[in-house]
Structures are given as C-alpha cells and as structure tokens.
Design a protein around this ligand. Structure first.
Ligand SMILES: Nc1ncnc2c1ncn2[C@@H]1O[C@H](COP(=O)(O)OP(=O)(O)OP(=O)(O)O)[C@@H](O)[C@H]1O
Ligand SMILES: [Mg+2]
Length: 367
C-alpha cells in the first residue's frame, strides 16, 4: 500500500517511536466488583497477525478499548509505538481500529461516511475511493449504510479504519457477520497487510475462525492470560496420537511396550492410542509381530480442544489469576494427553530492551 501524504494537524512530527509495536503491560481494569482485565501483558510486533482470543466476557474488548484510549486502565500501561494512544499526535495515521458496534449514520452513503472521516483526519479525497476498493465496497459506495448487511458494515468499518493508511490495525471480532467468502477475503487482506511490515491485532472468541490468519496468539479468560506465544508452538505442544484397532489389544500393547513405546493407552471405543509414534512405525511393528489390525489412524492435534481447556473455568490456571507476577503463557502443567502448552515468551524483557524512543516520527514508514 503506498504511503499517503496528509495535511492534517500533527501529521508531520510525532513523539512516538514509529516501531509499529503494541505493548500491553500489567494491564488491569475493574468495573466496580468486576475484574474485567487482570494483570495482562503481551506484545505485538510488526509483520505479524496476532490473535487476541478468549470466550465471551473474557476482557478482549475492554483491553482493546484501553489500548485505544477509550477506557482508563485501573493499573498498567497499553502503548502503541511506545506511547499511550492519547499521545500519538495524529493517531489515525498510526492505528486504525474497528471496535464492536461501530455506528454509522443510517442515511449516509458509504462514500459520504468515508468522506466525513477522511476530512476529519486530513486524508485526501482519493483515499476514500482507495479504501472502498480495498474492502470490496466500490460497487456499494452510493448505497446508504442503514441498508447494509452486517458483513457490509464490517467492511465499511474496516474501510474507515484504513483511511489513515495506518501502521497498526486493531480489529475487534472483525469476522463477525462475514460469510465464508468474506472470512477468506479478510484473512488474505490481513495477512497481506502484515506482510507489508505492519502490525495486526485481531480479536475473536473462536480460535477456528482466525486459526489460519494468525501467527501468534494471546489467549485470555476472565481477564487473565492463559497462553501467549506463537501459534505453531501451541500446535506442536499437542502431540498427535496414532489410534490402532487390533484383533488382540493386549498383544498389541505388549508388542508396543517391548518396542519402547511408553505412552500407550486404551480409547473409549476400544482402540489403542500410541503417543509419539508414526503410522508407518506401527504398521511395521504389527507386521513383524503378526498381530492382526483393522485400522491405523493418525489423530491430529486438536487446537480447538486445547483452547476450550485453556479458557474453561475449571482450568487450574484460574486459581492463581491476579497473582502479582504471574508468568503469562505458563499455565501449570497438566500431565499427559491434551495438557497445556509450553510457555510463550515473556514480553517484559523485550519491553525493557527497547524503551520508547523520542521524536522518531515517521508514521506509516513501514508502508
Ligand atoms: N462498561 C462496563 N461496565 C461494567 N462492566 C463491564 C463494562 N464493560 C465490560 N464489562 C464487563 O467486563 C467483562 C469483560 O467484558 P468484555 O466486553 O471486555 O469481554 P469480551 O472478551 O470482549 O467479550 P465478548 O466476546 O462477548 O465480546 C465482562 O464481565 C463485562 O460484563
Ligand atoms: Mg468483545
């Protein structure tokens, strides 16, 4: 995406570091007795799409609203480019955001809506046509927003967020209301945006909805971090199993143990599950031992199951929620199959290594 020249106030010099980084550190928010967010820490770097995941009421929107200066934190900090949102100078050029329930004037056309916002942030008029094209709304530009479907409203909200050609995108549940084609479109759009060296933070209550879009993931539940790290690491923490249906399960288990497979267990449907084996290894073994088998099936690691486990109230992590120095991404170990993931990396160190620099300026320098 080409850099756009702006004439708006504060467009040229800014006090942020231009890094495109989002930092959330020890962030908390209480609404009266409700601890919506508790001691949350994570970092989002440019060039990646980060999923911000948690079930309904987990505190995602509250966190994003704090990041965008719409809610005052009870404790902790949330910064973009090393600065709280309010100190960004011309924030539309640094961060574009779509939050829940974006309101549009129902009688205004999509194009006019965007023109009003473009004028407010000092973006040139031709940017309106560009963003309409980017979100696939060009042909609906003269229709009134009041008649838009939920998916079209999502696209218009995204177009509004893109007006400032921002370095950072923050989207709260952007896939809501999109049809399958729209979800694929959004995925490609966000990945391309990140590939340009920009930063994308996208929330969802469904891991499956964003699984193919995101590189790293912050999973929260009840306002507390459950996992923070690369999605691949979460995936690889789930060991796959080979499920074997044998004529004589006992003979198979004995042969497996003799061959050195230690994690062997029965499944409820009468099969034998072997952790850490390949189908080929099992096939060779049963051929050699002369054991009759009726099926050898590899069971893929189930990320969604792990997500439910990490966010369920029964999860032991909840016991130490709110502890002052909780190592995020390090839920207590549960042994065996389907246990929690290995730790993600702690962002605190990176924060200390890279304090915000003054007067670097240059919004959109990554574009
Ligand atoms: N303005 C508010 N006043 C009181 N409580 C609030 C307020 N905003 C949020 N909460 C509470 O904070 C908690 C977190 O809410 P939040 O909207 O951040 O969750 P969420 O993860 O975005 O959920 P969802 O997936 O449903 O959008 C909830 O218990 C919610 O009721
Ligand atoms: Mg929400």
């Amino acid at each position: 995406m080409p850099a756009i020249k702006f004439t708006g106030p504060g467009g040229a010099r800014m006090q942020h570091d231009g890094s495109g980084r989002i930092f959330v550190q020890n962030l908390s928010k209480h609404f009266g007795p409700v601890a919506a967010v508790q001691n949350l820490s994570f970092e989002v770097r440019p060039g990646s799409v980060t999923g911000f995941l948690g079930p309904n009421g987990a505190g995602k929107t509250t966190t994003l609203r704090m990041l965008l200066g719409l809610v005052t934190p009870s404790a902790g900090v949330a910064t973009i480019n090393g600065r709280p949102y309010q100190q960004l100078g011309n924030p539309a050029q640094v961060v574009g955001a779509v939050l829940e329930n974006e309101g549009f004037h129902p009688k205004r056309t999509a194009r006019n809506h965007l023109k009003v916002y473009a004028a407010a942030i000092g973006a040139p008029d031709n940017r309106v046509e560009e963003v309409l094209g980017l979100v696939g709304l060009s042909s609906a530009a003269d229709r009134r927003a009041g008649g838009f479907s939920l998916g079209m409203r999502q696209r218009l909200a995204l177009a509004t967020a893109l007006l400032g050609n921002p370095q950072v995108l923050v989207l709260d549940e952007p896939a809501n209301g999109l049809d399958p084609e729209g979800i694929v479109w959004l995925r490609n759009f966000l990945r391309a945006y990140a590939r340009e060296g920009r930063t994308v933070l996208v929330s969802s209550h469904l891991l499956s909805e964003v699984e193919q879009t995101i590189d790293q993931v912050v999973i929260i539940s009840h306002g507390v971090t459950r996992y923070y790290g690369p999605l691949d690491q979460l995936r690889s923490s789930q060991q796959s199993r080979v499920l074997v249906q044998a004529a004589d399960a006992n003979a198979l288990v004995k042969a497996l143990q003799e061959a050195g497979f230690t994690q062997v267990e029965p499944t409820p449907d009468g099969r034998v599950a072997v952790v850490g084996a390949t189908r080929q290894q099992i096939g060779d073994l049963v051929a050699k031992s002369g054991i009759a088998v009726y099926g050898i099936e590899e069971e893929r690691a189930d990320l969604e199951k792990l997500f439910f486990q990490l966010t369920s109230p029964q999860y032991p992590g909840a016991q130490y929620s709110g502890a002052p120095r909780q190592p995020y991404g390090q839920p207590p170990q549960q042994g065996g199959w389907g246990g929690p993931p290995p730790p993600g990396y702690p962002p605190q160190q990176q924060y200390q290594q890279a304090p915000p620099q003054q007067g670097h300026g240059g919004w959109g320098g990554q574009g």
